[in-house]
Structures are given as C-alpha cells and as structure tokens.
Ligand binder design. Structure first.
Ligand code: SAM
Ligand code: SF4
Length: 329
C-alpha cells in the first residue's frame, strides 16, 4: 500500500480509547469531556479493521490512547492481534503506555506476543511527576516499568522535554536508563488540543537539549530509523540509544510510513493535519464487505498529505484542534 508520494504505509497506530487515568499538562485539560462509550468501536471492530490494514500490507501495529491499558478487556485485542504475528502478516505489536497498569498486565502482554513497549516518564522526581501528570504517583509507574522488564519486555522511556520542569534532569535520566537497560527518547511538545494553558511556556527546542547533553555524554549518530520523526544516537558511555523527536525543528515527513486510527474509527493520514476518513460507517454497514472496506482504506491513503505545518507562535491556539490523546501520538 503506497500513498501518492510513493511512501509505503506499513505502520498503523491505533488509539483504543480517548480516556486516561492521568492528566498530563501538555496533553489534556484537567476537566476533559470524553466520548460516550457508544461512539467507540468495539474491540472486535478494532480487530477487524486492523486485520484489513494487515491485509493491505501493514506490518507493525502500536496500540496507544488515551491510556490503552485502562480500556476494559483490552488484553483480548492484544491477544487477537498477537495471533496474527508471523504467518498472519504482522511483524510486530507494540504499545505506548503511561505504565500505571503494567504491574497487573505486563505478563499478559508478553504472553500475547508483545516484546517492546514505550512507557512515558517525564521525570524521576516524585513531586515533579505528580505536577506534570496532575494525578499521578511515580511509584505506580516505576513499579510498572520494572514489572515490564521482569516480564521480558524491552522498555523505551519517552519523556516530553518541558522547559522549567525536567530540563535539568536529562543527565540523570540518561544514567538511570543506562543502569536499567532502557532506551530513552525525548519529545518536543506539539501544539495539539486545548490544554488550559500557554504552550510557549512549555516549549523547549531539542537542538538546545542535545547541545547540553553532548557536554557530558558522547553521542554517536545512529543509522537506526523507524520511518517516524525520531533521530537516534548511541550513547557511548551507557551503550543505550537516545532518540530525539523534533517535529518542530526537523522535517521528517518525507520518510513517513504511518497512519493513525482513532477509537471511533476515524483514520488520520497525518498527525499534524485535520483531514480524516471515517471508517466506522463502512465498517458498520452490513452491505459493505471486506473488499469494499479495503477500498475505503485505500481511498483514505490516497489522500495522505505530503506533510504537516506545526508552528508554536505567539498565537496560543493549538495548530491542530484535537488532543494528542485522540490519535495517541
Ligand atoms: N497514555 C499513553 C502514554 O502517555 O504513553 C499513550 C498516549 S500518549 C498521548 C502518547 C505520547 O504522546 C506520550 O509519550 C506523551 O508524552 C506524548 N504527548 C502527549 N501530548 C503531547 C504533546 N502535546 N506534544 C508532544 N508529545 C505529547
Ligand atoms: Fe494520559 Fe498519556 Fe496524555 Fe498523559 S500523555 S494524559 S498518560 S494520554
């Protein structure tokens, strides 16, 4: 499956819920209104739609959210998708999570076929963690991270770079990740959704962060690529990888291999654009068979734009009205 710019679409990110047990300041407002449950695709519908994408050549699926692991019985979706790994056409099933449910779920995720997970952890400081997540307790996430490691899952830590919040902690986080065998990716804030505050206060360019990190660590540029917005370095002192996701300062669109499905069956062809295709209507229409559903997906991919145009300016309105929790990043 190729888009009009010749990019092969092999990666699907699926937001399985817009709900979350945390309220990270850069992601959500404190009083979010979530979708009525009836609007959501059932887990069976999500499985069928994922199967359609796999049939069209998608090789990697990442479940995200909101917080994917708070959706009731979501493990059944992991199991049905995990069963498609290998002969079924899927090469990898992964998840991005805030870690709060991992002490309960890490073993089940591994048993379902998941081998790598991304866990969001913006700071190692308990007070700063509670301030950033508004409702979170760091021990719950740290316990989850170590449960994942014990279950055999490779862990990558994702941290959003936040001015005045975690900007003095990167050396400590690199050392901590090195000690425990985790890779680390730092993410620039993206202007998505109303959050009840001014984003220019939070924005910290990673070009600056990289210079500061390079004062204490040897960063060797890595050829590793995922078709996403991250650029990677090997940290010589720890042997772990550092990823920098810089949508605001680096144009990554030319190698984009991904599309994003929301929990209501809306397909976004670009994280930074509003154009979307509704796949729920054809999915629920009994007269639409598997081939017509594939056609609906192909027609959506044919609309994938060349790239995004995020800007964080003095105008405090978000560049994209929907929250990151809709498409899961
Ligand atoms: N709840 C899960 C988690 O936190 O990992 C999965 C969903 S969350 C929306 C996915 C990723 O997007 C997280 O790493 C989060 O830090 C990041 N994120 C959320 N809002 C963002 C924003 N406005 N700019 C940059 N990254 C953001
Ligand atoms: Fe929830 Fe993840 Fe958004 Fe934080 S970043 S509020 S954990 S969805």
């Amino acid at each position: 499956m190729h888009d009009p710019f010749g990019r092969r679409i092999s990666y699907l990110r699926v937001s399985v819920t817009d709900r979350c047990d945390l309220r990270c300041v850069y992601c959500m407002a404190e009083d979010m209104t979530f979708l009525p449950k009836a609007e959501l695709l059932t887990l069976e519908e999500l499985d069928r739609l994922c199967g359609t994408f796999i049939g069209l050549g998608v090789e990697r699926i990442r479940l995200t959210g909101g917080e994917p692991l708070v959706r009731k019985n979501v493990i059944s979706l992991f199991r049905s998708l995990g069963a498609r790994i290998g002969e079924g056409g899927l090469k990898e099933l992964t998840v991005t999570t805030n870690g709060t449910q991992l002490t309960k779920m890490a073993d089940d995720l591994f048993a379902a076929g998941v081998r790598r997970i991304n866990v969001s952890l913006d700071t190692l400081d308990p007070a700063a963690f509670s301030a950033v997540t508004r409702w979170g307790k760091i021990d719950q996430t740290l316990d989850g991270i170590f449960a994942a490691k014990a279950a055999g899952l490779a862990v990558k830590i994702n941290a959003v770079a936040l001015k005045g919040v975690n900007e003095h902690e990167y050396d400590r986080m690199i050392a901590w990740c090195g000690e425990h065998g985790f890779d680390l990716t730092l993410i620039e804030t993206m202007p998505m959704g109303e959050i009840g505050g001014d984003r220019t206060d939070q924005y910290l360019p990673l070009s600056l962060v990289r210079e500061r990190i390079a004062e204490n660590w040897t960063l060797v540029p890595s050829p590793h690529r995922t078709g996403g917005p991250a650029r990677y370095f090997d940290i010589a002192e720890t042997g772990r990888r550092l990823g920098l996701i810089t949508p605001m300062t680096h144009n990554f669109c030319e190698a984009c291999n991904r599309v994003r499905l929301t929990c209501t069956g809306t397909l976004y062809m670009c994280l930074g654009q509003s154009d979307a295709a509704d796949l729920r209507a054809p999915l629920r229409d009994p007269s639409v068979g598997d081939e017509a559903l594939r056609d609906a997906v192909r027609a959506a991919i044919a609309r994938k734009p060349r790239g995004h145009d995020f800007v964080i300016g003095r105008d405090s309105r978000p560049a994209v009205a929907r929250h990151m929790s809709v498409t899961g990043g």
